[in-house]
Design a protein around this ligand. Structure first.
Ligand SMILES: [Zn+2]
Length: 661
């Protein structure tokens, strides 16, 4: 037997300044879907993900957590890896940029580029924030965008990569390989960027300590992209890539914000070293919340665990790939997610599977019935299914996931319609009626079998259940899609056991459960590890309430960042559908704020009016159960159940708006 063709896929190498949100999960789900699809087409597939662990931000976060960098990043990488495992989307290779084999690969790539004359020593000049110990992207005289302090113009010795020499070679490459940059709109964007001319690129730093050393050139360490991009190659053999046989990558899946690095810098580095160029870079869009990009600083981040906990991983996979055309931005909403779940999964695939199994159980003693001669209406459906097989495979090849799902679900809809028209349940017990019923049930079960195989790359868990329900041997994952045809369902096969697929769920309840899990600060990131604290300084909303480790001291300037003032509660009311929350309006001296507080189980709203409380007034606004909350009421957390007790001012009549310090 000839060896299987190889296929190499990568997610971005994620930067470890926080834990994965829906955006990261989306990239990884896409990659996993392609992996499953390619395996069902007979490929030997390797999928790489990993963590980008170097740089100033990691240095600072580790310092803040009071642990060495190596310990900090090890915990972070372990959390990322554990989450992918938990979600059923583990990589085949998990590369960390602190792995020794990665350092060797970066150093080797640098050596090749240098030997070929594409690296030279020079000086980098930029605006530097001495408070943050980092270059910032501002003009001389402007303040640091992170901390607002004045910046200094600093010059340091660097090595430069001769990116300018690759304008022509890159344009030639794009012309010869029109499929290299996808989707088309991104390709045009990159073409005009490169046509505008390329500046040489600083690829080392002497001001950063936490990085891969440039051999013989200490204190130079490699800087950001030369380090991070090379991880794709380190994961599949590095200098020995030929022996493993997976390089060049078939597809790098990336977010649209990093496409330039992957389609300009990365192929240029590889060309300079004389190494093969990846076949394709596919940039997907962002999921927006209320039309804004999700980010920790905005406090509008959605993470996967609450959704998976309430609706299951297949529901998340289905929603992300169905709702948005791959490559474009999408809007994320819990409402649309639950709507899709109920209409497409519970009422669609789940309902067709359970009613088909029930009818076969009842009329054919639990065995796939034997069809008599097919009627024109049976053949029409069969023809539609057979045609869809080829179309769906082509859509998968083009990463048109939403269209593939649309096509597969059109088969489900056609079958529901077919059953309504043929109504096997109202046929009688005559020989002819029994034969007709058997035919209808066989046709229905056969559509379900094909649907299951086609949807498997996107819905691995639920289709595996349908597959075994239909009594099909082996795993759904091992179906050879190239051999999938209408008519392969063998009569007489006993049905397997029925398992719950997509139980219908009440929308408001599902949303409340997901939102309240999302807003519990301890759920993400877990506060037990120092890694979690990396995200707290910038996390604003969800993680803002996580306390630093007990032994960690903060400076007065950290405390000074929290602006707390005396406020007076003006109104208080319950929120329909959220039994823990009260909606308050609070006078903080300069303005009246709307603030949600999780105290409804312990305080009567009417008794709160007029009460003076301590309010954190400079917290980023966020939404709780759809209600905007602009600030936080300070309360003690008492007893094992964490009963909130409002902080107050019993001794003296304090002025509204007075600052607590
Ligand atoms: Zn600064």
């Amino acid at each position: 037997m000839p060896a299987k063709p190889k296929c190499y896929l990568t997610t971005p190498i994620y930067y470890t300044n926080g834990l994965p949100h829906i955006g990261h999960t989306y990239s990884t789900i896409v990659c996993d879907t392609i992996r499953r699809y390619k395996r069902m087409r007979g490929y030997d597939v390797v999928m790489t993900t990993g963590t980008d662990e170097h740089g100033v931000n990691v240095e600072r976060a580790a310092k803040k957590a009071g642990v060495p960098e190596s310990e900090f990043v090890a915990k972070m990488a372990a959390e990322w890896k554990a989450l992918w495992d938990e979600l059923g989307i583990p990589s085949d290779e998990f590369i960390r940029t602190t792995d020794l084999k990665h350092a060797h690969t970066v150093q080797w790539l640098f050596k090749l580029c240098r030997e070929n004359g594409f690296v030279y020593p020079g000086h980098y000049t930029g605006q530097y924030c001495i408070y943050d110990n980092a270059y910032v992207d501002v003009k001389p005289g402007e303040n640091c965008p992170d901390c607002g302090r004045p910046t200094e113009t600093v010059t340091e010795a660097n090595y430069f990569f001769k990116l300018s020499a690759f304008q022509k070679p890159l344009l030639n490459w794009y012309a010869k390989h029109p499929e290299f940059i996808q989707p088309e709109s991104r390709r045009n964007e990159i073409l005009s960027f490169v046509e505008g001319g390329l500046r040489d690129l600083s690829i080392t730093r002497t001001s950063v300590r936490w990085g891969i050393p440039v051999p013989g050139e200490e204190p130079h360490v490699f800087y950001v992209w030369f380090d991070a991009l090379t991880a794709y190659l380190s994961a599949v053999g590095g200098p020995n890539y030929e022996k493993q046989g997976y390089w060049p990558a078939d597809v790098h899946i990336v977010g649209k914000d990093i496409i330039r690095f992957h389609t300009v810098y990365w192929p240029a580095f590889l060309m300079a070293a004389g190494l093969p160029i990846p076949k394709q870079v596919w940039a997907h869009g962002w999921f927006l919340m209320d039309a804004a990009k999700m980010s920790k600083s905005k406090g509008n981040v959605v993470t996967p665990r609450p959704i998976v906990g309430v609706l299951g991983m297949d529901a998340l996979r289905y929603y992300l790939l169905r709702e948005t055309v791959f490559g474009q931005d999408g809007n994320f909403s819990y409402d649309a997610l639950v709507t899709r779940y109920n209409s497409d999964l519970a009422n669609g695939l789940g309902n067709l599977a359970s009613r088909t199994a029930a009818m076969i159980e009842k009329n054919s003693s639990g065995k796939i019935p034997k069809p008599a001669a097919l009627q024109p209406q049976d053949n029409a459906l069969a023809g539609q299914v057979q045609a869809a097989i080829g179309e769906v495979l082509e859509m998968y090849d083009n990463l048109s996931f939403s269209r593939a799902l649309e096509e597969i679900w059109s088969l489900i809809a056609a079958t529901d319609k077919y059953l309504t028209a043929e109504h096997p349940w109202s046929l009688g017990e005559s020989e002819a009626d029994q034969q007709r019923r058997s035919t209808i049930l066989w046709v229905t079960a056969e559509v379900l079998r094909v649907v299951t195989a086609l949807a498997h790359p996107i819905l691995p868990d639920s289709t595996a259940k349908v597959w075994s329900l239909l009594g099909q041997g082996g795993q759904a994952a091992s179906v050879a899609l190239d051999g999938l045809r209408w008519g392969q369902l063998a009569p007489g096969t006993p049905l397997g056991k029925s398992q719950a697929l997509f139980p219908r769920i009440e929308k408001a309840e599902a949303i409340e459960r997901m939102e309240s899990m999302e807003n519990e600060p301890q759920k993400q990131p877990s506060p037990a590890t120092p890694a979690a604290h990396a995200s707290t300084p910038t996390a604003g909303g969800a993680a803002a309430a996580a306390a630093p480790a007990a032994n960690e001291k903060i400076g007065i300037e950290d405390f000074a960042k929290v602006e707390m003032r005396v406020g007076q509660i003006k109104t208080a009311e319950r929120i329909v559908g959220a039994d823990k929350l009260l909606k308050l309006t609070v006078d903080i001296g300069t303005e009246i704020r709307q603030i949600c507080a999780g105290i409804a189980q312990y305080y009567e709203p009417e008794k709160l009016i007029g009460r003076k409380v301590a309010v954190v007034v400079n917290l980023a606004p966020r939404k709780l159960r759809g209600v905007e909350s602009n600030g936080m009421i300070v309360a003690a957390s008492v007893g094992p159940e964490g009963r909130p007790v409002l902080a107050g001012f019993p001794d003296e009549d304090v002025e509204i708006g007075a600052r607590l310090k």
